[in-house]
Design a protein around this ligand. Structure first.
Ligand code: PGA
Length: 261
């Protein structure tokens, strides 16, 4: 796992956008894994900026979102399908239907979860997965206790997650759905490059476990320690509890620039 301590959210966004731009330059029909939440927004803004400058095209790319609330009405602004359209897909040149997410309104939820797994596999798997991390160490909505081998499934949201996400629902925790679809940890681990971004002191405990803790379902993101190409982009606050922060800084400073992340 490569840990990069950046000067802040903007530098993290630039590095993540560099990785996406370089991927699309060498593989225009790449498959992107798109996180929602607040953390990736500066990255999406940076990609939109580069798209408008003619530097990057998504015309042949495809995308899969990580997770979805179950039961939100189709036009609800916090439905992740709508969030990703608003924040990225509708602002660049993805082909229509090139980006999909699990169907939170499916009648048969189990069948929808299995269909989502098949769709990712049929697309050839995810080349680059953008990730955030929950304060409780979840990635996607894989809450503590999730099997490290889990696949796309229906999950209850942890109380911590519902509290954390109430800010998207006018601070009304009761308005936050109780059930979600999430790609499993096993699903996410099949993506060829994982790029996790964390900003702010609120993520420091989860980041400490992710980078330096034992691999455990208690902190689901720790499964990333088993991934052959995982990059963690942190601001100073998110990195503030890392025991080996100085070492990560030195290692990154010594890295040849051509290697990218
Ligand atoms: P955030 O959410 O980016 O809104 O902090 C991250 C997450 O819960 O995975």
């Amino acid at each position: 796992m490569e840990v990069v301590i950046t000067s802040g959210a903007q530098e993290s966004a630039r590095l993540a956008a560099d990785a996406v731009e370089q991927l699309l330059a060498r593989k225009p029909d790449a498959v992107l894994g798109l996180a929602t939440g607040s953390t990736p927004l500066p990255t999406y803004d940076e990609l939109v900026r580069r798209h408008e400058a003619g530097q990057v095209s998504f015309a042949r790319a495809r995308g899969f979102t990580l997770d979805e609330y179950i039961g939100l009405p189709a036009d609800h602004p916090q439905r992740y399908r709508n969030v990703i359209d608003r924040e990225l897909v509708g602002r660049v040149d993805f082909a229509s239907d090139a980006v999909t997410g699990p169907d939170g309104l499916a009648e048969d939820l189990q069948a929808a979860a299995e269909a989502y797994e098949r769709a990712i596999a049929a697309a050839g798997g995810v080349d680059l997965q953008i990730l955030g991390i929950g304060t409780n160490g979840h990635i996607a909505f894989n809450e503590p206790g999730s099997s490290l081998a889990s696949r796309t499934r229906v999950q209850p949201l942890a109380p911590q997650t519902r509290t954390d996400n109430a800010r998207f629902f006018e601070d009304d925790v009761e308005a936050v759905p109780r059930l979600c679809f999430t790609q499993g940890l096993g699903t996410i681990m099949e993506a060829r490059h994982l790029v996790l971004i964390a900003t702010g002191e609120g993520k420091a405990a989860a980041v400490q476990q992710l980078v330096e803790g034992p691999v455990s379902a208690r902190w689901p993101a720790t499964v990333m320690q088993h991934h052959p190409h995982a990059t963690v982009l942190l601001d100073e606050a998110a990195a503030s509890r890392l025991e080996l922060a100085d070492y990560y800084r030195e290692a990154y400073a010594a890295k040849p620039e051509w290697q990218g992340i």
